[in-house]
Write a protein that binds this ligand. Structure first.
Ligand SMILES: [Fe+2]
Length: 421
């Protein structure tokens, strides 16, 4: 299908030549792992082009100033490493960026270099695909499955393998049922579309790939629509226990199995709906903007603490004792056992007033945990959260952790601005 060998190149100023040399008719070409086309473009001449004409890169960027590590050719920065290209119209040797800018293609080079292999990894903190999505302001992305390296899959295998025995002993029964129902692959990072094929018919929930940080309102609002913002990167295989931020193991192996349980799914969706209630309240608040920010900060602190002590680090009482309910516990080899067995953990029946005012820290095992009796119990607590919110009783949540970012508080207030417009 592709008429040139590895490391060959061409000049794309001649449309016919581009078509001839690439020998690709309309259609899609997927590159094998660790390979791609490096595309060089004339960034000085931007063209308008129909978004569906030309050559679309799956993984592209453009820059007048080459970024560190970016290939250059005759002074031109590479547009990007394209691992999947759509040749809809070969007469136009244009490349269209994710932002819709079109550039003349100067050169296309097939590469199988070590650099390209490194560039396509989806390791947490080392994934250019994610960095570029963030730089472009793209929150919702696809899961470019072919970018996972063998190391990435190996990290998944090791993480998953060692959890079996601990899940069996310490995970709640709905989680264990969910693992079976989802038929999650233990031997390779799951494709989210496969996970969703089993998940959506059960509860309507879907894992939705995101590029990273999701503003608080957007995150909770997604839950209300039964969409779960899901990280697609995976932690470095060399540092499996160090997890500074969520990865696909935490999200898919820790959260998603819980979403197969209809009662738990209702809890999560109801919690998500509270975000809209909060945003609507702030919209109708006629106080000063400082006062609205103060109120919203209290509400969001209470919501974040509630989420932390239940969905992320909660326990649930089952017939044979306390089990891990929270996904932070369920995705941690060390803390899962520690949470249920260790003498150094304080465990109490959940008390609503306590958890919404209790600060927490994220960088060590949790010394204080709470259990719920059932998902029905948890649902009632979410209803109470919403009632207290409406009654203004969350406005003065105790100060302390978690520290909220301005953009998280603003995400609720901006929602108000966009819906009021
Ligand atoms: Fe989480």
């Amino acid at each position: 299908m592709v008429g040139f060998g590895r490391r060959s190149s061409l000049t794309g100023r001649e449309p016919v030549q581009l078509a001839t040399r690439l020998d690709i008719s309309a259609g899609r070409v997927d590159h094998p792992q660790n390979a791609g086309w490096m595309i060089y473009v004339d960034v000085s001449a931007q063209h308008s082009a129909r978004a569906d004409s030309g050559l679309h890169t799956h993984h592209g960027f453009s820059s007048r100033t080459p970024r560190p590590g970016v290939s250059t050719w005759n002074g031109w920065a590479a547009f990007g490493l394209a691992r999947r290209m759509h040749f809809n119209e070969v007469r136009y040797p244009l490349v269209v960026s994710p932002r819709g800018e079109a550039f003349h293609v100067l050169r296309v080079e097939e590469t199988v270099s070590a650099q390209s292999a490194q560039q396509i990894s989806l390791t947490t903190g080392k994934a250019p695909f994610i960095e570029e999505a963030r730089a472009d302001g793209r929150l919702y992305i696809e899961q470019p499955y072919e970018m996972y390296t063998e190391d990435n899959h190996e990290a998944w295998r090791v993480l998953y393998d060692r959890m079996y025995e601990r899940w069996d002993r310490y995970a709640n029964s709905s989680f264990l049922g969910g693992l079976e129902r989802l038929r999650i692959d233990a031997t390779a990072i799951p494709k989210l579309e496969d996970v969703n094929r089993f998940l959506a018919p059960l509860t309507g929930f879907k894992a939705k790939p995101v590029s990273g940080y999701v503003p608080a309102f957007v995150f909770f609002d997604c839950l209300g629509r039964r969409e779960f913002p899901t990280t697609i990167t995976i932690r470095d295989a060399a540092r499996l226990d160090y997890l500074p931020e969520p990865d696909i193991f935490h999200d898919v192996a820790g959260h998603v199995p819980m979403h197969t349980d209809p009662e738990f799914a209702n809890v999560l969706a109801r919690f998500g709906a509270c975000a809209s209630t909060a945003a609507d309240m702030i919209r109708s608040d006629r106080g000063s903007s400082e006062e609205r920010i103060r109120r919203m900060t209290g509400i969001l602190k209470a919501m974040a603490r509630f989420f932390w002590f239940t969905i992320e680090f909660g326990l649930v009482k089952e017939r044979d004792g306390l089990k891990a309910l929270g996904s932070g516990l369920l995705s941690s080899y060390g803390e899962l056992e520690h949470s249920v067995r260790s003498d150094s953990v304080q465990r109490y029946p959940v008390q609503f007033e306590w958890i919404i005012n209790q600060s927490f820290e994220v960088f060590h095992y949790q010394p204080l945990l709470f259990w719920v009796d059932s998902f029905e119990h948890l649902f009632d607590l979410v209803i109470q959260l919403e009632q207290w919110m409406v009654q203004g009783k969350l406005d003065n949540a105790a100060p302390g952790e978690p520290a909220l970012e301005d953009r998280d508080v603003a995400s609720f207030i901006e929602y108000e601005a966009s819906t009021a417009a």
